[in-house]
Design a protein around this ligand. Structure first.
Ligand SMILES: Nc1ncnc2c1ncn2[C@@H]1O[C@H](COP(=O)(O)OP(=O)(O)OP(=O)(O)O)[C@@H](O)[C@H]1O
Ligand SMILES: [Mg+2]
Length: 467
């Protein structure tokens, strides 16, 4: 999965902006509330020294005089965190006592007034202006101020108390999405692994059970597609099979007629027909090749593993093919003066007899055809560790290592291969081997030149699972 289309990434991208917006809004609300709470709580405390000073104001006639010992005044100014300032001004705002620095309120009524200000020396302060009334007339103003350290601290702590857990929730959400999507997608990954593992010819439906409901439509659609592909392939297969089958009879007739023609005494004997004889011979060869092609096509179509479910295979010994193979191939070998040897040991397996006969026949056909006259071809069957093996070895022209992968393809013939051939023999071998869960190994004999092709079947106890 590329990062651009990662579901995880997209979910996180969708979720994070609203989550961060939410955190931003809650931080703003928390800030507002924190400021209010801090202001209300500390303003009440700030009023206390102002009231204490107001209570100790005596009046010398009209002039207010602060009747407070220096020690008591210092006690009022004590605060462990903030700096506290107090001053008293008269009704005309003339400074009487205390700090010079405190800024006067914008306007004063008869109630205490709280306001924010900045001292000329720099720090921000919260100030309360407490009017002192005598007979309902304001005669002085007590100002008490403190720096804003503990207020800021309270606001910051409240803000952190709200924002940090929210950020934690956001991080947790991302982690949960990351892990959750991974877990949620696990069945999908399992499914794609299963599809990767499959052989290309396996069109059986994907397991529909134990899939999450969200995957069900995909599984159903894939299975429907697999089903339709299977049907289309079957139709195509049946067409090839029918066509090859239909071609066989007229081709056999054609072959028979050309053979008769070639043996026609007038043509066969008369020197005047030498040129005609050559043409008839070519006709006979072409009819033979075409008839062989039709046979190979038909065998290939019928060898399709889907037509032969492994559960219908019967127990069978490769050695038992010996007589039939000898009967079929000894004449061809003799015709080419090839020493065809059968070394047959017991090799039990589960399989379909006529398919295995076709497989062996195609290997022997190649060995005889692609070995010069006077060569040696050995056919061996044996059982190694319970696995049946069929081996056909010749000392002919050999298959170059770089062509070994391709000769199993349909219609592939190595350039310069002598004689005519349809290029389907080894494709048939592979098809049948696949259907039996067997492996085909193309190599050379241990000594000297030539070809050795070995087909290893699964032990009869193990199911054929190579399809
Ligand atoms: N024993 C062998 N020795 C040398 N070359 C071989 C041997 N077996 C197969 N080949 C090469 O592999 C090619 C493919 O073989 P395959 O049996 O599929 O086709 P074919 O023999 O040409 O045609 P068909 O078997 O359909 O008549 C052959 O054309 C030949 O080039
Ligand atoms: Mg062949």
């Amino acid at each position: 999965m590329t990062p651009a289309t990662s579901l995880r990434r997209r979910l996180v991208e969708w979720l994070l902006p609203p989550l961060l917006l939410l955190i931003g809004i809650s931080a703003a609300v928390a800030y507002g509330i924190a400021v209010q709470v801090a202001t209300r709580a500390y303003d009440r405390a700030l009023l206390d020294p102002a009231l204490a000073v107001a209570n100790h104001l005596n009046f010398d006639g009209e002039v207010p005089v602060l009747d407070l010992s220096a020690a008591a005044r210092d006690a009022l100014l004590v605060d462990t965190i903030d700096r506290v300032f107090i001053s008293v001004v008269d009704h005309d705002s003339r400074w009487l006592v205390g700090s010079h620095e405190l800024p006067l309120p914008p306007a004063v009524g008869n109630e205490p007034l709280f306001y924010d200000a900045r001292l000329p020396s720099g720090p921000r302060v919260r100030v309360v202006a407490l009017p002192v009334l005598r007979d309902g007339v304001r005669v002085a103003l007590v100002l008490a101020a403190e720096t804003q350290v503990k207020r800021d601290r309270l606001v910051n702590e409240t803000l952190a108390g709200v924002v940090l857990p929210s950020l934690g929730v956001a991080v947790l959400a991302v982690v949960v999405i990351w892990l959750g999507v991974g877990r949620g997608l696990a069945p999908l990954l399992r499914l794609s692994e299963e599809m990767h593992r499959r052989s290309p010819r396996d069109l059986s439906p994907l397991p529909a059970r134990d899939q999450p409901a969200e995957l069900q439509p995909l599984v159903d659609a894939t299975n429907e597609l697999l089903g339709r592909m299977g049907d289309a392939l079957a139709v195509q297969q049946r067409f090839v099979e029918n066509a090859a089958h239909q071609l066989r009879t007229p081709l056999a007739g054609l072959l028979a007629q050309t053979e008769l023609l070639a043996r026609e005494p007038a043509i066969a004997a008369d020197p005047a027909f030498a040129a005609l004889r050559e043409r008839v011979e070519r006709l006979r060869a072409a009819a033979g090749d075409t008839s062989h092609l039709a046979h190979q096509l038909l065998t290939l179509a019928r060898a399709d593993p889907r037509e032969h479910p492994a559960d219908r295979f019967a127990r069978f010994d490769l050695r038992d093919l010996g007589d039939e193979l000898a009967q079929r191939w000894v004449p061809a070998a003799l015709a080419r003066r090839i020493d065809l040897g059968l070394e047959l040991e017991s090799a039990p397996l589960l399989g379909e007899r006529w398919l295995l006969l076709e497989l062996a026949s195609n290997l022997i056909d190649n060995a005889i055809r692609y070995t010069p006259e006077g060569g040696v071809v050995s056919v061996r069957t044996r059982s190694v560790d319970g696995r049946a093996q069929l081996e056909v070895e010749d000392n002919g022209i050999g298959i170059p290592a770089q062509a070994a992968g391709r000769v199993l393809e349909r219609f592939y013939r190595i350039d310069g291969t002598p004689g005519e051939g349809s290029g389907l023999g080894l494709a048939i071998v592979r098809e049948i081997a696949d259907g039996h869960g067997a492996e085909v190994e193309i190599g050379a004999p241990e000594h000297g030149r030539g070809t050795r092709i070995r087909v290893s079947f699964p032990a009869p106890g193990a199911a054929a699972d190579g399809r």
